[in-house]
Design a protein around this ligand. Structure first.
Ligand code: ADP
Length: 475
């Protein structure tokens, strides 16, 4: 049966993205459509959406969406891309700023969640499944249960909610939430603070997270962000499906952003050219034979930034080159700027979000650092593998599911890993990678092991289709 799936998210690549959430919601629908399903996506029409896409959009009309006493304009624009219909919600007051996330998030995302249902009716898309992503759309399963279930249009609709990152839960003062939406008091669970992530977990027909390891980890106190007991109670509707990579965007063979395209046959030459060109562009010309280490990340403690900072001094005294591309917490931005000023010929800190530069770094580096405290899935390590750049990761969440540490006795493995969040273990693992970097036949073997890995979306999309089909049969 061809399913009608309505997705809603706060960010979708290539229109607007700050991290993996955008990548995933950009890629999964395409894979679902390629497997015979029908998908419509609803997202905000942010000001930062590139003009070339805005030009392609078709204006369908407008409706009004009510948030209690607020009666808000909601323009609807459509764009078809790769067989997927995207619907953009237009409201300058909510989405007209240049920032994706802002101080008005409660009201904006209440608006997005409510608009999802109203827009579905406007475009006459009667979904079997509404699939919402992360706390921004956590109200969607609640609104379906409380309000729209009584509308014959959504009578048979089931909801799926995906946790991309449990750390961000969307907690708001209950009074403010009640000022936005009218739902039965029982949804507030007698609590003073409204937690959108928690509400979604309780009310969605099914919860998914983005890797099999993370689904186990979040049931423990260490990784459950305060929700571990509840997640344990709902184990029967919790499933981990590994994210994939959109290889039409991340493939050195047809990547227009990198200096020289390459594939698994000519990667040695291709990577060498990319490395030299990147070193030239960054103006770090210490020694082009030394390993070049890359980091592309949000600068948040989750990503193991403190661990990275703790090894920087010792690392930069070695024969290495290093580049960091990232933005986020000011203290981290400043710390990396400090190391750049201290070691200007060896280290470049690019404090910004820059997609083109990200591709150049994936292609030009030898090693990639990702020592996360927790990692729901992580895409950067999988992208690195595709570009022949060996990841050094901590064995946690999706990193554990995708990177196998190299075993010199069996020649198996696609990167380097360590278990404990500990400076010495991390530094030792980097040094271990350097040892193999100086033993080129072995290093190239590990690169080839990585190039052979297939993390395309197809397998994951089939799993989503399987669970969608399962829940629509449930009462
Ligand atoms: P998370 O979603 O937790 O931020 P992921 O590894 O799942 O981490 O996804 C991060 C995505 O965002 C990757 O595609 C990565 O290349 C990209 N990214 C992160 N920081 C930057 C940046 N500063 N500039 C460009 N791309 C970035």
């Amino acid at each position: 049966m061809k399913l009608k799936i309505l997705m809603v998210a706060s960010e979708v690549e290539p229109f607007a993205k700050t991290g993996g959430l955008g990548d995933v919601v950009g890629a999964l629908p395409k894979a679902l459509v390629n497997n015979g399903q029908e998908v419509a996506i609803i997202m905000p029409k942010y000001r930062i959406i590139p003009e070339k896409y805005v030009q392609e959009m078709q204006y369908l009309g407008y409706i009004y969406v009510d948030l209690n006493w607020r009666h808000q304009y909601c323009g609807i624009f459509k764009l078809n891309k790769d067989g997927v219909n995207f619907y953009f919600i237009d409201n300058e007051f909510y989405f007209g700023s240049y920032k994706l996330y802002d101080n008005y998030d409660l009201e904006r995302f209440c608006f997005l969640s409510k608009a999802t249902f109203e827009v579905a009716k406007f475009i006459k898309f009667k979904p079997h499944i509404i699939h919402a992503h992360d706390w921004h759309t956590g109200l969607v399963p609640v609104l379906l249960d409380n309000t729209y279930r009584h509308d014959s249009f959504f009578k048979k609709t089931k909801s799926v909610f995906t946790i991309h990152n449990l750390q961000y839960q969307g907690k708001f003062d209950i009074g403010h939430v009640k000022d936005m939406i009218s739902i039965d008091d029982r949804y507030y669970n007698n609590e003073n603070v409204t937690n959108f992530m928690k509400m979604a977990i309780i009310n969605a027909s099914l919860i998914t997270t983005v890797s099999p390891s993370y689904v186990e980890e979040i049931k423990t106190e260490a990784y459950g962000e305060g929700l571990h007991k509840m997640l344990g109670d709902y184990y029967y509707k919790l499933i981990g499906i590994l994210n994939g990579i959109d290889y039409s965007l991340y493939n050195p063979e047809n990547d227009n952003y990198i200096y020289k395209k390459y594939n698994e046959k000519n990667y040695l030459e291709g990577k060498q050219i990319n490395k030299q060109a990147l070193l030239n562009e960054l103006n770090i010309s210490n020694n082009n034979q030394a390993p070049l280490i890359g980091i592309i990340t949000r600068l948040a403690s989750q990503k193991g930034i403190d661990l990275i900072l703790s090894v920087m001094e010792e690392l930069l005294q070695q024969d290495v080159n290093m580049v960091l591309l990232g933005n986020g917490e000011y203290k981290y931005e400043q710390s990396f700027r400090y190391f750049e000023s201290r070691y200007p010929t060896k280290f470049k800190a690019l404090i910004k979000f820059d997609n083109v530069m990200a591709h150049k770094i994936y292609a030009g580096c030898d090693l990639f650092l990702m020592p996360s405290i927790f990692e729901p899935c992580g895409l950067a390590q999988m992208i690195s593998l595709k570009y022949g750049t060996l990841p050094i990761v901590r064995e946690v969440g999706g990193l554990k599911d995708t990177i196998k540490s190299f075993n010199e006795y069996t020649n198996e493995g696609n990167g380097f890993s360590f278990t404990y969040y500990n400076r010495d273990d991390f530094y030792y693992t980097i040094k271990r990678a350097f040892t193999f970097y100086n033993d080129k036949p072995v290093f190239n073997k590990i690169i080839e092991n990585g190039l052979k890995c297939d993390f395309s979306w197809n397998q994951s999309a089939l799993k989503y289709i399987e669970i969608y089909n399962k829940i629509i049969k449930e009462k």
